[in-house]
Design a protein around this ligand. Structure first.
Ligand code: CAP
Ligand code: MG
Length: 399
């Protein structure tokens, strides 16, 4: 395949035909504009977008537009986005338009993709096929480095596989990165010597574009074993810059704060699917895609498709670990695994630190919920001889 195929949903305003609307998108994004232009010489026309079948869908239509790969500058992600997801969203004769999916061709993927992927991360943690359990240190902000590390220890010894910073914690005065990171790693070393388990800490290195690679290097110097990047606020290319930086070689946890401003409207914007494909191309090893039962708005069908985009064969790029997070608690685990499978990271902030007996018990309850689901035992039955899970179910119920 040497063309890039983007699929759009659109709803034209009254009096505008679907054919006109599809043509308007194809023209705006390739060689045309709102009117005929004398400069559109014949030799540029090989770059025209080609319009596929226009299919009535919901209140509007879907249609694919095929872009010749020569229109893309290989490796330039901002430019890719300007083509497949640029001016079209603002066209005034369209009431709504949404990029649903995009298939990039091999010749414009000069990236290595995930360095670790699902298999590599499982190897680091020492698992074969059970879901991983993660936690976000809460409160989001305010804890000092020592207390942050203490919470990390409690969660890790309780059984989580992954600890991460929250999106608003980076390098503020109350918890400087160069104090927090060594202290957390020290506690995780303690967990390794006490339990033999290797726990990952995704330290949030999200920052300005000209500083993120240096921050990643600093984190590596301080002993980090995973890095976290918030892909929408930092920009997609931040993931690539860190993934490609020689000598870093750490797995990258990709968070997506602000994504819902783009993805949530079912008629307008960009669906999560194209973002999944981009993160995989650019080298993210695990990516938030949502839950089937948590606090965030979700659509199970879209979510399953998004996770598939992260894990199905895609040239030679490794599969990315999907992360289910947001309002998750032990009572939601069974449903997540039934609907999303075992190649998943189940993350709980409030659902661990809000346990009536504290963080360690909360982590244990999450792990027990996972063990129950993997063994095919209903959570309420498993809870009968697992007190931490019992206390969690009493508080939050079963989703
Ligand atoms: C979850 C979380 C994550 C969300 C992001 C939060 O905390 O830390 O940022 O999961 O949403 O701040 O809400 P809780 P998504 O477990 O306490 O809810 O994963 O959908 O991008
Ligand atoms: Mg968060």
């Amino acid at each position: 395949m040497t063309d890039v195929v983007a699929t759009y949903y659109f709803r034209p305003k009254e009096g505008v035909s679907p054919d006109w609307a599809a043509r308007a998108i194809a023209e705006e994004q390739t060689t045309g504009t709102w009117t005929e232009i004398s400069t559109r010489q014949n030799y540029v026309r090989y770059l025209d977008g080609r319009i596929g079948d226009i299919i009535p869908t919901g209140q509007g239509y879907t249609c694919s537009i095929t872009y010749p790969s020569e229109i893309f500058e290989p490796g330039n992600i901002p430019q890719y986005l300007s083509v497949v997801a640029g001016n079209l969203f603002g066209l005034s004769r369209l009431a709504a338009v949404r990029l649903i999916d995009v298939e990039f061709s091999k010749d414009i993927i000069p990236f290595k993709g995930p360095g670790y992927g699902i298999e590599g991360i499982r190897k680091l943690v020492g698992t074969t096929d059970r879901p991983h359990v993660g936690t976000i240190i809460k409160p989001k902000v305010g804890l000092n480095p020592k207390d942050t590390a203490e919470v990390a220890y409690e969660a890790a010894i309780g059984g989580v596989d992954l600890i991460k910073d929250d999106e608003t914690l980076t390098d503020q005065k109350f918890c400087p990165l160069n104090e927090r990171l060594p202290l957390v790693m020290e506690q995780l070393d303690r967990v390794r010597s006490e339990s033999g388990r290797n726990v990952l800490y995704a330290v949030n290195i999200s920052t300005a574009g000209d500083k993120i690679v240096e921050r990643a290097r600093e984190a590596v110097r301080m002993g980090a074993n995973m890095l976290m990047i918030d892909v929408i606020v930092c920009g997609f290319d931040a993931v690539r810059a860190v993934a490609e930086e020689p000598g870093l070689n750490l797995p990258i946890h990709v968070h997506r704060t602000m994504h819902a401003a783009i993805t949530r409207n079912r008629e307008h914007g960009i669906a999560m699917r194209p973002l999944c494909r981009l993160v995989r191309m650019l080298g993210g090893d695990q990516l938030h895609t949502g839950t089937v039962s948590g606090k965030m708005e979700h659509d199970v069908t879209e979510l399953r498709g998004d996770n598939l985009a992260l894990t199905e064969p895609f040239f030679d790029l490794k599969p990315v670990f999907p992360v289910a997070s947001g309002g998750l608690h032990p009572g939601g685990v069974d449903k997540e695994i039934r609907l999303l499978g075992r190649d998943i990271i189940l993350q709980a902030g409030g659902g661990i630190h809000g346990h009536p007996d504290g963080t360690r018990a909360g982590a244990a309850a999450m792990r027990q919920a996972v063990d129950a689901a993997v063994a095919g035992i209903p959570p309420a039955t498993y809870a009968q001889d697992h007190p931490e899970l019992k206390r969690a179910l009493d508080k939050w119920g079963i989703a």
